[in-house]
Design a protein around this ligand. Structure first.
Ligand SMILES: [Zn+2]
Ligand SMILES: [Zn+2]
Length: 122
């Protein structure tokens, strides 16, 4: 018997209409909430989901935050929850464009054209 298995990364966006003043760029923006997860598919049918993580991206400068799971789960259930600054951990600053080397995973926010570690084009 042949099993066709696949592991893929999924993403789900949630509708929120929460307005805020961005603490980074000072503009009025909106929080876009989304969840990422890993899915195991059998015969191309997703059957197990795990490793759920919740993120928030600001609509102004696209700064990425990780959201505490408790709040994320409640938003996923459709509850109207106010996201507070304390619930967020900054993952990526939208203003600095972080480049990640596809070859070795080296991360830099400098404006390099080539990876300083392995020499591949970024
Ligand atoms: Zn901003
Ligand atoms: Zn590299």
């Amino acid at each position: 018997m042949l099993f066709i298995m696949g592991i893929t990364q999924g993403r789900k966006d949630f509708e929120t209409n929460q307005l805020m003043t961005c603490s980074l760029c000072g503009a009025y923006g909106r929080y876009n909430v989304f969840m990422t997860y890993t899915v195991l598919s059998l015969f191309f049918i997703p059957c197990i989901k795990w490793g759920k993580r919740y993120y928030v991206e600001t609509s102004c400068c696209h700064t990425l935050y990780e959201l505490v799971p408790e709040i994320g789960k409640r938003i996923a259930r459709g509850e109207d929850i106010k996201i507070r600054q304390e619930d967020l951990t900054r993952v990526m600053d939208g203003r600095s464009s972080v480049k990640v080397c596809q070859n070795c995973g080296y991360m830099t926010d400098e404006d390099f054209d080539f990876c300083p570690k392995c020499g591949k084009r970024l």
